[in-house]
Design a protein around this ligand. Sequence first.
Ligand code: DGL
Length: 277
Amino acid sequence: MLSSNPGPIGIFDSGYGGLTILHGIRQLLPEYDYLYLGDNARAPYGPRSFDVVYEFTRQAVEKLFAMGCHLVILGCNTASAKALRTIQQNDLPKIDPNRRVLGVIRPTAEVIGSLTQSRHVGIFATEGTIRSESYNLEIQKLYPDIQVAGVACPFWVPLVEYNEADSPGADYFVKKRIDQIMREDPLIDAIILGCTHYPLLMPKILKYLPAGVRVVPQGEYVAESLKQYLQRHPDMEQRCSKGAAVHYLTTENPQKFKEQAQIFLHEPVEVENITLG
Ligand code: DGL
């Protein structure tokens, strides 16, 4: 039986990347409680199949609901691309029609219309997100005049996870993908970082990006979209507890999570281990 008491806002990611989303959300909405869940033991999700990402994400959402969340944000593009719709349409009505799960792709797609003048947009994301074509579909629905080119960046997540984002090796992989996307469409003037890890590569991305091309990280747009969602849904807003507390859950070793989370958060965190599935 799920609790009807107000609870924290759940933020789910395959690993650490969603911490960039949590950071953006806490900047704008510091008063709420948050429960972050990283499925670090099974990350990365990027190369995994649709069915597996869906199953893992559903388990995580059910866990966050069981731990008191009424609202869960999939702070992971791969999970948003491969699991969000099925969870919203098939699972939520059975679990609890009053609980909600939101993703990060729609809020990012919504803002892109005002950030491009050439109407040529690039997406950097994991293989799974690119293959799903979720960004193309969302952007085309909202802005049929925008052309979208997507490039998968399979080595970017490991570069961040292994703390190599500032190393000379990162230069090679970042430049390679920027060159690739600009060759594919030289008219691109805005590139979405469609993976939660990529903002950590920002210095390298800015180093190689041609002048006049804008980078669009997601954290602040997802946060703004959540703020508007809570304003439009006062019933849900009331069910989000306000104590400015943040708790962290990981399916991996909590000590490992703590050390790695420093790359993303720059603050000490308390972490608990949980099992999914
Ligand atoms: N968090 C994932 C995303 O935003 C990237 C990491 C992964 O592949 O699990 O797509």
